[in-house]
Design a protein. Structure first.
Lengths: 470, 470, 470
């Protein structure tokens, strides 16, 4: 891994980008949105298992690339619903190694190479010849106390790590972390999805869980809202500053109390229609915005991903296997009811995420450049990449302004990829800023301030983390 | 402000871009579309007022950025509908200065900095410390005869300035300018919007005004068309070469005479429906094209902006406060009836503008690369920026060809930003051309010709200004 | 034509790009999709005619640019339906030459200049002064044996050339080529369009032709499918490895046997509705996928072009005169039935083409990055350009991975432009790879492998041509 990787080959830009990047390396990592499992940290004895457990099985980016190139999920050791399929992890790793060329010039390839190099000190390029010895090297390290989740948390210099948790989750691991002597700052995020999408397979059971943890008998919509608010308060007591929600579209519609209660009653009886589910989601976006404007939790909204697009594969292996596909998104008309009602509130913060880059200049930057409550999330999922980040900065900042963005989210399940992902963002931010400087758009003082802001300043402000350090 | 600003850091490109740019600086400014108030020039004693009157209050780009970052419009001195809110302009300016970092790397920031530096000779960077003295410096200059609108018009070397005026406007200021001894070439543009959008709040009163200025009793659709034609002729007698229209979509539909007259009669009685308004707009696009193909006025069409998206703010402060948001646009199917009927006429010229950049390669360049009547306007509004202009040139020219574009429009209300906006366009054009030259796509002779064309040649041809100079 | 044309001006990138490009020049051309007329090769005595026959009349890119700039198709010598319009080809050529500036910085301009220089050794820049002598020079060469189609086929080092042929075509020219002593490898491609689009003007007559060549009485849908399969087998016997289909949208719907047969019966009686035609196309996409998964022919699908948009011009001059305009396309929802049913089959290969670049990162790369059966075609039509290719590589590879793309297709009717088009692709590929190398994303070994793959490796794999050479 070259020390100047990802910087422009133009010598002046490269030199200044390096300087900006070096300054940012001293700053901690703030990870305000992601999917790391908190149980890795609640148990002091937890480990990452073997190299396949760490790098392959749980990483839907890795799985999808191998699957797309003709390798079956069984061969990667993924469990089928019906029966388990024991497979030697070393064989999986060797299959992975001999196909590592498939990851050339992809963000997964860069994260994997960076993690292997920076976290585990692997010097060789992964391929069919080196796979075996790299496996041994990794396993030896994973067995050592320097490579436990808690040890790496400190080594990675993580100031804050936010997980994503269902609103009905009792947050036992978070409570255990808080009550332990370990000082890592890990907070939950209130995720609405399975409690709001009436057509979600586990909606009914999640409502039962919600009733239990909130101690509220959810017999109608009003009680449901009350239960949600109770849980938001509980999440906040464990450090949460944000909620999260994902939907197919940004469609918002405020229903009357009687309309929404009727829908809710049908849902309780398992009788709701697809139209009910769509309207309920549309209405609940208004309720989430209202709750956020009242309790100050940041509202994150991830729009436009079609989950489990490949139904036959989903039926065999379940979700999160790389079969989620983006959709075109419309914000200007769809989100207007919410923005008109809450977008001017200074106590409300909404952060939008999309995979439809055509909305960057057309809708998102203009909206964020006007409504005080609105900020833009960093490039999401497939666009969290070398070119994706560069496009984002070039497309969004001119119209929204840097200070209507919210820094970087790694959004990862893979704890060991966190430094690699923030590193990519910081290198590309440094390179982008250096480009502005050498085209005389900003001066040197601006450049350093913008580097700090892109590294952690914007994130602190966007997620109300100003008081949590730095 | 660096003399080589906005050029590539690559030394060869920078050197040749500078050479091309320097040649273009000798050329006059032609401003064929914008929103400068003609009363600034009809009265020889007119001035720009104070720095806030000039740079903040009327500039919706500035207002939106400050508002989006939590600064109220009251604090910026914007008048509420209900009551005026007298505020010390110096305090507004200091608030602006202390928040000028919000404009980093935005086009507004570049225009403001360039205007302060190039027009008013301000050498300091605007911030909380310098705001006070810059205010004094600006005010002193604004009080002097060298900084009146008429003096700056000459200093800016403006060959032609087109304003935008309702078709019902008596054009008194334009008449006064024409009949004065002052030689500045300022022409009106025939704007259809408030006369065509049946749901426009002032449509009915505008029709009354139209009847008065045209001396035609507008009792039916036929008389309405006749009145419009009369006004087009009058606008042309004052130098107008173009009309302008803006709509939510590019939808065109030719209605029968009876259908359209029925809709018109309902509108006269304040009884038209939203569907009526939509169909009327769709039909009137055909009528505008027909009129243009007959009288030779260029038809400008700005598609896809949702005006006054933030209704609560609109109700307090009115339009043009930064709350207009773009929409996705479809041209291929929507515009087909118009293009099939008039797109092959050599006497018809249609210039299209959009904020939906996804249409550049997909629809606009292919359409302009085929229909003789069609040209593409420059990047509009939020895309009139460093990256927006570069994207436009890279995306549009390959498919449409340079000679199916129409040069640059500053489209501004801010007279003092005109040189800054043309300067940005010319610098980026020079940089783009130099890039083509060093990748050996064009030769040096081509490069110089293209620089002239992008500076003024294309504009002259697109707006029928060939005979007006140069 | 500069030897380093199209490479970055950055010296390191340019040097390495040149090295990569030089290595690729030794590789043959594989042209797996295009529209060259096979009769040029079946008759040993065939020639290209005069320079206008070769470069202007059949090239819809050239025609559209000249027409869009006010030159009539009559003046270019295009035949009207009603009567022929004899025109001196030299006059057409001079008109073309004096307007060659219209092609500045367009892909057509680059292809034309490259073809004139590389194939015909023209050293002068084409313009009004040089047009006459260039015409003479070209005509002299076109009359010589070194410039016959067969001679140039060898000179161009073409390993394989695929044409596009209606499924009802008896392929007489292909049979003649196969049975001749000439060794050029030219294969047909099975094109479904006129056999599937029930509203195609020649559908009924094509079905009659299909019945004759397949010797099957097409009295119902089942016989129709049987006839198509018979023809696929015949095409394969002449070397075809792929089919092709083009539709307005990617909409797929599996109809019941009775539904589709009823539609088919109405079509046979000339009684089908536009909805019938749309559903039939949607259903036939499923049938094509099934056939491909069974017989292993690659399924190419070109989505979203509105043919003959300019109806008045089409009525005068027919199709393929530059009046085809792209449409926005949706893949995620529309293509799902097909991908769910066949996308996991390892024997099925689908290659998608679109003109809607907004789908590159949003839909196409994610889909190809998941479904094993899916690959992405190269930038199509208007996007087969310097910037279009660069955008494609930057937008698609990160999400799909290089090995889910299918190399380059020239897709041309103009045989003499084939080397120019592959040359542009290879130069830009080299430049792109060199950029990755100097940002330390890939190493030197990767770079050389990727250059080979982009030149011919990916094409061989995508079109099942592994056994045909190299």
């Amino acid at each position: 891994m070259h020390t100047d990787r990802f910087f422009s080959p133009e010598p002046n830009i490269r030199k200044f980008a390096r300087e900006l990047y070096q300054a940012s390396r001293k700053l901690p990592i703030i990870s305000p949105h992601g999917h790391v499992d908190p149980s890795l940290f609640s148990d002091p004895a937890a480990t990452f298992g073997n190299p396949v457990d760490l790098f392959i099985t749980p990483d839907h980016y890795v799985i999808r690339t191998l699957y797309a190139n003709g390798i079956s999920l069984q061969a990667l050791g993924l469990p089928l619903f019906e029966h388990t399929n024991p497979i030697d992890p070393r064989q999986v790793w060797k299959l992975f190694g001999s196909n590592f060329h498939l990851f050339r010039a992809t963000p997964s390839g860069l994260w994997l190479s960076t993690s292997l190099h920076d976290v585990f000190g692997i010097q060789q390029k992964l391929n069919d010849e080196t796979a075996d010895s790299i496996y041994d090297d990794l396993q030896e390290k994973l067995n050592s106390p320097e490579f436990t989740p808690r040890a790496l948390f400190k080594k990675f210099n993580i100031e804050l790590l936010a997980t994503t948790d269902s609103g009905a989750d009792p947050l036992l691991h978070h409570q255990a972390i808080r009550s332990s002597e370990w000082s890592g700052n890990i907070v939950p995020t209130f995720r609405f999805d399975s409690l709001v999408h009436l057509n979600h397979p586990s909606w009914r059971s999640q409502i039962d869980d919600l009733a239990i943890v909130s101690k509220i008998d959810i017999i109608n919509f009003s009680k449901y809202l009350q239960a949600l608010q109770t849980r938001r308060d509980f999440f906040r007591s464990l450090g949460a500053t944000a909620s999260d929600f994902s939907a197919l579209s940004a469609y918002v519609e405020e229903c009357s109390t009687s309309q929404v209660d009727e829908i809710f009653q049908r849902a309780l009886k398992n009788q709701c229609t697809p139209q009910d589910a769509e309207r309920f989601t549309a209405h609940m976006l208004m309720e989430m915005a209202r709750m956020s404007s009242e309790d100050g939790m940041v509202m994150q909204f991830h729009v436009g991903i079609f989950r489990n697009h490949n139904q036959p594969l989903y039926q065999q292996f379940g979700p999160d296997i790389g079969g989620d596909i983006p959709l075109a998104v419309e914000f200007t008309r769809n989100l207007r009811p919410l923005l008109q009602k809450f977008g001017n509130h200074l106590n409300f913060k909404l952060i939008l995420f999309t995979l439809d880059e055509s909305t960057y200049t057309r809708e998102l930057a203009p909206l964020a450049g006007h409504y005080p409550a609105l900020k833009l999330g960093p490039p999401w999922w497939f666009n969290d990449s070398l070119n994706g980040i560069t496009r984002y900065l070039d497309l969004v900042i001119e119209g929204a302004g840097l200070y209507k963005t919210s820094g970087f989210n790694d959004d990862t399940r893979g704890f060991c990829s966190i430094p690699a992902r923030h590193d990519l963002w910081r290198r590309l931010s440094a390179n982008w800023i250096a480009g502005l400087f050498f085209r005389h758009i900003i001066d040197e003082k601006d450049a350093h301030q913008m580097m700090y802001d892109l590294s952690i300043g914007l994130t602190r402000r966007a997620y109300h983390l100003e008081d949590q350090g730095g």
